[in-house]
Design a protein around this ligand. Structure first.
Ligand SMILES: [Zn+2]
Length: 387
């Protein structure tokens, strides 16, 4: 048994607890006011919160000025070697779990398996592998093209066969495929329902890349677990009601347009042209979802232009700047992000039975979101990471 002493902040309780946290088999065994007898005690500095979770990353993309052009030039081994290097940066930033929502072929799935098997040090990776998109749809170059409910069901099974723990469907167009209208519908509701059902019944989480309102509603009605981005149309009461009623998690990825707009003049012009007109609406939609009681989870889309690994602290700063309460910013990166990963029963809380993934912050996250930028120590499955 290991014992840590410190000030622990659970995102549900939101009451700092000063005392001792004991760990057995990598899980939190208990929280006590007094030191348990016959165990060495390790002090943790600052304020200790659950290990942070980024619900949307692309580990095979660099966050350089034109990541898609780069993907076309680099081989799989090089992409994965580079991604393995990013994993340590995530741990250093206190991020102990990520969901990778799209890589060429199945590449990141193997990386996820290497971390799970202990061959590589890193956050746990819930990986989608290739995205599933209609023929010629958003992301087709690196995804799996499928059409009709039968086709989508078959593609989902093919992705699951590779070992994916997440499946991503393209509900609408996007910013990074030239010539594709960003808000346009892609898969229809019936197609996504077939894929979502196949993924979730096999224990994988379903996600929909969804920008325009019609596509978002299609995805939510199809039962998808998370909606990614949601930037293109102003959200109406109907979509807010639908998402709240069904418990759909919203992952706005505010860091993605933030990076593209900061790179104006340097990133491909078509990306800036698609992003600029909708940036304000994207923030308004995120705030509307939050105020309506929709679960908002933190995901960065790290890997997109000027959105480098890791960038979760920036996403949390952006969420806070909208007026999100500090406790809800913490939940966005812990309990709600854990739900996006399908791991809400084991990740994202400081409570008995949860995995002992922790980060000691140098500031108080209930006072300022800047606290996330200063991690002092990371505990992974009960052990302090010494990287
Ligand atoms: Zn993405």
């Amino acid at each position: 048994m290991k014992v840590y002493k410190g000030t622990f902040l659970d995102p549900v309780e939101l009451e700092p607890f000063e005392g001792y946290l004991s760990v057995e088999d990598g899980h939190i065994a208990g929280l006590d006011r007094r030191a348990p007898r016959s165990a060495a005690v390790t002090p943790l500095p600052g304020i200790v919160v659950p290990g942070l979770i980024d619900a949307h990353v692309h580990l095979t993309m660099s966050g350089g000025l034109n990541p898609v052009a780069e993907l076309e030039q680099m081989g799989d081994a090089l992409l994965l070697g580079r991604a393995a290097g990013y994993l340590k940066r995530y741990l250093r930033a206190g991020i102990t779990a990520v969901r990778d929502l799209g890589s060429r072929a199945g590449s990141v799935v193997g990386l996820a398996q290497a971390v799970a098997a202990g061959h590589l040090e890193g956050p746990r990776v819930i990986a989608a592998g290739p995205v599933i998109t209609p023929t010629g749809g958003h992301g087709w170059k690196f995804g799996l093209e499928a059409d009709g409910p039968e086709g989508v069901r078959r593609a989902t099974r093919a992705v699951l066969k590779q070992g994916s723990a997440a499946v991503k469907f393209m509900a609408t167009g996007g910013v990074m495929t030239p010539g594709v209208r960003a808000g346009a519908e892609m898969f229809d509701e019936e197609e996504m329902r077939a894929g979502v059902r196949e993924a979730e019944k096999r224990g994988a989480v379903s996600a929909a890349h969804a920008q325009g309102l019609a596509g978002i509603k299609n995805a939510v009605r199809a039962g998808v677990r998370t909606i990614e981005h949601g930037a293109f149309d102003a959200w109406d009461e109907e979509v807010l009601e639908l998402m709240k009623h069904r418990g759909t998690v919203f992952v706005p990825t505010l860091a993605a347009p933030d990076g593209i707009l900061r790179g104006e003049g340097r990133v491909p012009a078509f990306m800036v042209e698609k992003t600029r007109p909708v940036a304000e609406r994207h923030r308004a939609n995120t705030l509307a979802a939050y105020r309506a009681g929709v679960a908002v989870a933190a995901g960065t889309d790290a890997g997109t232009p000027l959105n480098t690994h890791p960038n979760l602290a920036r996403e949390l700063e952006l969420l806070a700047s909208l007026g999100m309460e500090p406790g809800d910013v913490l939940r966005a990166a812990t309990t709600f992000a854990a739900r996006a990963l399908g791991r809400e029963a084991e990740l994202g809380r400081i409570a008995p039975g949860f995995v002992a993934d922790l980060v000691a912050l140098g500031g108080d996250p209930l006072a300022t979101a800047a606290a996330y930028a200063r991690p002092l120590a990371t505990v992974v499955r009960g052990s302090i990471w010494r990287g």
